[in-house]
Design a protein around this ligand. Structure first.
Ligand code: TXA
Ligand code: MG
Length: 315
C-alpha cells in the first residue's frame, strides 16, 4: 500500500476523513505524539491498527473526540472527571471512565473492558479532522510495536520503526508541541489514580482535585505475565486453546462457520474484531469454552496472546 502524505487543509482533511470512513488507518498529529487512528466504532478498522503496528497483544486504546459532549456519549463522567475535563481539555489528559451502555464503540478498542480511555486533543489539525470525520477515533502512538513514539510525520514514515507502506495516509502538521504521551488518570478502586505520567503534571491534576493521586503500581501498557493483567476482561469459564470441539463446551471456530465463529473465512482481522464480543457471549452460555487453533502470524500473535491470558489460572 502506498502511504499518502496529506496536509491539514480542506482537501487533505476531507481525504483523511474519507479514508477513515472506509475503515482505513490514518496517522494523525496530536499535541502529544502522532497517533494511528481508526474509526473506533469499526472493529475491523481497529484491528488494522494492530496489524500495521505489528503489536503482539491487545491493549485498550485511547478514543479521541472533539469535545466534552462527544466524550459524554461514550463515557460516564462523575464530578471529579468533569472537573478534570473542564480544566484540562482540550489537552494531554486521558480519563479512564465507565463505558456508556450504548456507546457503539468496538469491543477491540476497550479490549473487552467496561471502561474507556477518552481524550480531547488540543491540536488544531486533530480537532479539524475529528469535526470533519464526525467519528470517535481510536489511536495508539503511530510507531511500529516496541519502537519510539513519533513526534513528526517523518518519524511516522521512517524506514526504520515507521509505518510507511503499512497505513493509508499520514496527516502532516509538523512536529508535536508536547512530545510525550498524555497523562492517564483513572479511578480503579474509586479513588483517582495516576495510571501513566505524561504531558500534564500530576501536581497540576492534584491541585485541581484537591487531593493526591494514588500511585498505581503498574503502567497499564507494561508487559505482564499471563493472568496478571487483571484489568482485562477474563471469562468466568475455563478456556482450552488449540482445541478440537468436545461435547458440553462452547467452541469458538476459526476458518469454519458456526454459532461462535471468529471468522468463517479464516481472516485474522475479522477474528480480532470479534474476539472480545465472542468471549463474552461464549461465557454467557455458562459452559466451558474451547477455541480452535489460530495461526501465530500477524494479528494471530495478538489474538493468541489474549487467549493465553484468558486461559491462565485466575487469582
Ligand atoms: O498522548 C497519547 O496518549 C497518545 C496520543 C496518540 O493520543 N496515545 C497513546 O496511546 O499513548 P497508547 O495506546 O500508546 O497508550 C494508551 C494507554 C495504554 O497504556 C492503555 O493500556 C491505556 O492507555 N488505556 C486505554 N484505555 C484504557 C482502559 N479502558 N483501561 C485502562 N487503561 C486504558
Ligand atoms: Mg505507545
Amino acid at each position: 500500500m502506498q502511504t499518502l502524505r496529506l496536509l491539514p487543509d480542506s482537501p487533505g482533511l476531507a481525504r483523511a476523513a474519507r479514508l477513515l470512513a472506509e475503515g482505513q488507518c490514518v496517522a494523525i498529529p496530536t499535541e502529544t505524539v502522532y497517533g494511528l487512528a481508526a474509526d473506533a466504532r469499526n472493529g475491523e478498522a481497529v484491528a488494522r491498527i494492530y496489524q500495521a503496528k505489528g503489536r503482539p497483544s491487545f491493549n485498550p486504546l485511547i478514543v479521541h473526540v472533539a469535545d466534552l459532549a462527544a466524550a459524554e456519549a461514550l463515557g460516564q463522567f462523575d464530578a471529579q472527571a468533569r472537573l478534570l475535563a473542564d480544566r484540562f481539555w482540550p489537552g494531554a489528559l486521558t480519563l479512564i471512565l465507565p463505558l456508556q451502555a450504548d456507546s457503539g464503540i468496538a469491543s477491540l478498542v476497550t479490549a473487552g473492558l467496561q471502561t474507556i480511555g477518552l481524550r480531547v486533543p488540543a491540536h488544531s489539525a486533530a480537532q479539524a479532522l475529528l469535526r470533519t470525520s464526525g467519528a470517535p477515533l481510536a489511536a495508539p502512538s503511530a510507531n511500529a510495536s516496541g519502537r519510539i513514539s513519533p513526534t513528526s510525520a517523518d518519524h511516522v514514515l521512517a524506514a526504520d520503526g515507521g509505518l510507511r507502506g503499512r497505513i493509508a495516509a499520514v496527516l502532516d502538521a509538523g512536529p508535536c508541541p508536547v512530545g510525550v504521551e498524555s497523562t492517564i488518570v483513572g479511578w480503579p478502586d474509586g479513588r483517582p489514580a495516576l495510571l501513566r505520567p505524561g504531558g500534564i503534571a500530576a501536581e497540576a491534576i492534584e491541585s485541581v482535585l484537591g487531593q493526591p493521586l494514588a500511585a498505581h503500581h503498574a503502567d497499564p501498557s507494561a508487559p505482564s505475565a499471563p493472568g496478571q493483567l487483571t484489568s482485562h476482561y477474563a471469562p468466568k469459564a475455563p478456556l482450552r486453546l488449540n482445541a478440537e470441539p468436545q461435547a458440553g463446551e462452547t467452541h469458538l471456530t476459526f476458518g469454519q462457520p458456526g454459532p461462535f465463529s471468529l471468522s468463517d473465512s479464516g481472516d485474522l482481522a475479522q477474528a480480532a474484531a470479534r474476539l472480545f464480543d465472542l468471549l463474552r457471549r461464549a461465557d454467557e452460555t455458562g459452559r466451558p469454552i474451547s477455541v480452535a487453533p489460530i495461526p501465530e502470524h500477524g494479528l494471530g500473535a495478538a489474538i493468541n496472546d489474549r487467549l493465553r491470558r484468558a486461559a491462565a489460572p485466575r487469582n
